[in-house]
Write a protein that binds this ligand. Structure first.
Ligand SMILES: Cc1cc2nc3c(=O)[nH]c(=O)nc-3n(C[C@H](O)[C@H](O)[C@H](O)COP(=O)(O)O)c2cc1C
Length: 138
């Protein structure tokens, strides 16, 4: 989508942390990234998926009519477990990400800074953005 068509506001934010399901090889991530990139781009969903070798953290932002059904599919996805939703809000928010990106964080960084964090959701989002910026975004 051309940059000029990316709206500065979105209708919802969905943010969660989870853990790679037991017995799942790390290689499943390649497949889910392939599907995610195509779907998210096609539907104007922006945000990021961060993985540290064990934990995921993901922010999805976009049209609630698309994001919330996707969120339900993600929550039910057996490739990860212990899905802990930290933010599920409908409303007009500034987009935090211009695109949808994925990043590999340092080992245990997502676990230490997000999964075990007790901070309010917005502070967690700030930490999340910092981690995405410091990760090998691909
Ligand atoms: C950690 C994680 C993150 C995911 N993120 C996305 C995503 O951003 N976009 C997407 O289309 N699918 C994502 N998926 C895949 C969905 O769970 C689901 O497989 C996909 O929407 C296809 O749905 P279907 O198998 O019911 O057709 C993710 C899965 C996992 C485990």
């Amino acid at each position: 989508m051309p940059e000029s068509l990316v709206t500065p506001t979105v209708g919802c934010r969905f943010f969660y942390v989870s853990r790679l399901a037991p017995g799942q090889p790390v290689t499943v991530i390649a497949e889910l990234l392939r599907v995610s990139r195509a779907f998210n781009r096609q539907h104007g969903i922006t945000g990021a998926l961060l993985f540290d070798g064990e934990h995921f953290a993901q922010l999805l932002e976009g049209d609630p009519a698309v994001v919330f059904p996707l969120a339900a599919r993600i929550e039910a996805d057996a490739r990860h477990a212990e899905v802990d939703v930290r933010l599920r809000l409908e409303g007009a928010f500034p987009r935090l990400f211009e695109h949808w990106v994925c990043g590999w964080a340092e080992e245990e960084e997502v676990g230490a800074r997000l999964v075990s964090a007790q901070a309010p959701a917005l502070a967690q989002l700030t930490a999340f953005r910092e981690l995405v910026e410091g990760s090998d975004v691909g």
